[in-house]
Write a protein that binds this ligand. Structure first.
Ligand code: CIZ
Length: 302
């Protein structure tokens, strides 16, 4: 089917279903362009809670659609490809977290948003890469269990001075970014500001001028006088960075830094999802309420 025809059909079904389409910053450019709102997982969940539309098509990976459903259980949340999971989120399950808690009784648990609803339900606080430092600072005591991302955990430990008990998980996409790639790009573009995501290896983070979430990178690019930016995160962010900053040059660390799960959502799948009202994401009780508590505590912290 020609792209124009596909877009026309999506528009018709979207109206029929009274749906809103949300897309993560790492989605394919054409999916981002189709969406009513593009953002990071927290911004999208807030949009999901705010919208009056009864149906939300969530273009992102599974934990993101789950988070939207946890916050808006009365709405139908559709995930266009249920196999679009997050390998980092799958690196710890609730049983493993319970065992870790038993080894360190009384320590508060902070879980990165890249985690399953069951892991969130076992946690005291949730965080995103945008607010992880503030959340860990707000957690009681000097020792905090942090799951599942070891790289984000190491960065937060450095920023907060707290002792973090860190799970050994990582994002396979960000892990591919190597310090040598940053050095080579810096040699080629000496005027460029290097911004990297805190899911990158500590050796990469150590070379960066700015360590930022995707939302932070977008804000920085808008306000910084820098005309050239070296971008160490998933490739999908380049689409929005270039759209919002037409005069600036954005260099991805590598064209290979793509998350295959994020790219599973295509225009066709968005259409089928609206036609068939599939795949509906529902988080059962009591997991939903317990996970919601950890998310709401994060939102209160800001
Ligand atoms: O919170 C998100 O959306 C993720 C996973 C990354 C980011 O920095 O936005």
């Amino acid at each position: 089917m020609a792209k124009e025809e596909l877009l026309g059909m999506i528009a018709r079904w979207k109206q029929e279903r009274q749906a809103v389409i949300l897309a993560h910053n790492y989605q394919l450019g054409e999916v981002q362009d189709l969406a009513d709102f593009v953002g990071d997982s927290l911004e999208l969940s807030r949009q999901a809670a705010r919208t009056e539309a009864p149906v939300i098509v969530f273009c992102g990976v599974r934990f993101m659609a789950e988070t939207a459903s946890i916050l808006s259980p009365q709405k139908v949340v559709l995930h266009p490809d249920p196999s679009a999971g997050c390998p980092l989120a799958n690196m710890i399950n609730a049983e493993q977290l319970r065992a870790l808690k038993a080894e360190h009784p009384g320590r508060p648990v902070v879980c990165y948003v890249n985690s399953s609803a069951e892991v969130k339900a076992e946690s005291d606080l949730c965080c995103t890469s945008a607010n992880a430092v503030a959340v860990v600072n707000a957690a009681p005591g000097e020792e905090v269990i942090f799951v599942p991302d070891r790289n984000l955990g190491a960065w937060v430990a450095g920023q907060t001075g707290k002792r973090l008990i860190i799970w050994d998980g990582y994002c396979p996409t960000h892990e591919r970014i190597m310090p040598e790639q940053i050095e080579q790009l810096r040699d080629r573009h000496p005027e460029a500001v290097v911004m990297v995501h805190p899911e990158c290896r500590p050796a990469v983070v150590a070379l960066a001028d700015e360590v930022l979430s995707t939302g932070g990178m977008l804000r920085f690019a808008r306000i910084s006088p820098a005309q050239e930016l070296i971008v160490g995160t998933e490739l999908g962010l380049i689409h929005r960075l270039e759209q919002e900053n037409p005069g600036k040059r954005c260099y991805p660390v590598s064209r290979l830094t793509t998350c295959p799960n994020m790219k599973r959502i295509t225009l066709e799948k968005v259409l089928w999802s609206l036609e068939d009202m599939k795949d509906q994401v529902v988080v059962p009780e009591p997991v939903r309420s317990r996970a919601r508590r950890a998310i709401e505590r994060m939102v209160e912290i800001g």
